[in-house]
Design a protein around this ligand. Sequence first.
Ligand code: 3UK
Length: 540
Amino acid sequence: MREHEVVVDAAGRPSAILYPDVFNVAVPFIDRHLAEGWGGKTAIVFDDTGETVSYGQLAERVNRCGNLLWTLAGESGGRVLLVVKDCPEFFYLFWGAIKAGLVPVPLNTLLRAGDYRHIIEDSGCAGLVYSPEYRGEVAQALAGASHQPTFVLCAEGPDSATGLAGMMDESSAVLAPAPASPDSECFWLYSSGSTGRPKGAVHRQRDIVTTCVRYAADTLGVTGDDVCFSAAKLFFAYGLGNAMTFPLWAGATAVLSGQRPAPEMTFGVMERRRPTLFFGVPTLYAAQLWALDENPAYLDCLASLRCCVSAGEALPADLFRRWRERAGTLILDGIGSTEALHIFISNTAADCRPGTSGRPVPGYEARIVDEAGQPVTPPSSGNDGEVGRLFIRGDSTAVRYWNNPERTAETMTGGGWLNTGDTYYQDADGYYVYCGRSDDMLKVGGIWCSPVEIEGRLIEHPQVLEAAVVGRADADQLIKPEAFVVLKNASDAGDALADELLEHCKTGLARYKYPRWVNFVEDLPKTATGKVQRYRLRSG
Ligand code: 3UK
């Protein structure tokens, strides 16, 4: 098989990615490093056990696992569901499946039996592999499911006949890549969404390469010297790139932890494994700052970082500033999605505007359109552009949802344009500013009002930990903002603080945007991936 080729322009930036007709993406990500003489380099450090895996060991285990999965599945193109925590086996399973011509489907390990059952039935999977931690939910899902996979395997544990390690040992260490093409279907990711059943986004072989060339290498500058640590888990498209495809593409090292990403865990991993790149979500950065205040010794753990990345939800400018002051690094906010596979609009170290998502990653196009699908007025002579719906186009977007032509038509809208479901505008300098999900936006007094902006103002208040804002109809049935606030100290709640927060909003925002109601709550409803579910806060 001929190698892929990244064509660069005169400035050394990627202008095109060329592929041979026959292309299996496991070859450049796994086998290439052996051919280039890097077999001895460390690919994975597993923090839970201290185990390290070299690129040579990785290639051999991917082959063994691919042979095993192929033998068990007995069909080409069969889906293999992975309910697997972050650990080296995740790599063997994901790449082994792809190399053998099967379709890996990493699943959120925080789901419950009912969700797994839906996915087992929806995918018509050939196999399911799970980490022992999730045995209970998986068993319950299988017991009730109308479809039964051909094989079910535990990813860890004693070398018994049902365990992965023992069965891999008995499988051949030689595996020729299954013939595929750059456009053939490669893996799926179920997107959680805040509403409705999860939908399987179908990604092609080339999609992974695109995110690595365009975002990881060109935007973030990941090289073989980097050590990547992601608090976002591998089952999430964000984590899959951060902690697996990006380091593998660059010949770098991935640090994995099977533990829950609380501040203590992330600081501990940083202290032991010295990552250069850290990938988190805004809520975690906020909690880490809080922990740094409590325990300043944590600061030493951050010394190896050259840069941090945030995605999943908008990073408030205040959090960006506090982190830069306290931790001394930038947090590059970028927006990505399961359907786009990774980040497509981003800040960079050289061009960073706090409170915005940055500019389109080179290789992606963005369009902001009105409800009729027409481009909104762009920014001009010092004025912001109009607010509208964000569509993007790029060579990593999912081709369809499995088994769901209606949602496919709504989201993959033709001509390669993906409807992100997000509301954005471009500021006067062209930076893209997130205003909320298209369906979370409020019209207050006839003017678009972003819950995210009000939340950003609320959390600037020193007593506020988290906030969510939704629309609530007032006595005239006009929509006005209502705030749900989590305090750092719940005992501070009271009318005096509520009044103070209103004043804080009125002084910091256009006046019509202040919340008309403030509710103090213990926590906010969130999806399994940590996004606030505003729709659950809306009344009536
Ligand atoms: C929201 C953001 C504002 C936005 C993801 C990086 O989050 C990821 O994928 P999901 O499918 O959700 C996608 C939706 O999340 N969002 C993501 N990033 C930002 N909103 N600022 C941001 N920086 O609504 C988007 O449509 O769970 C993130 C890489 C890969 C991903 N899958």
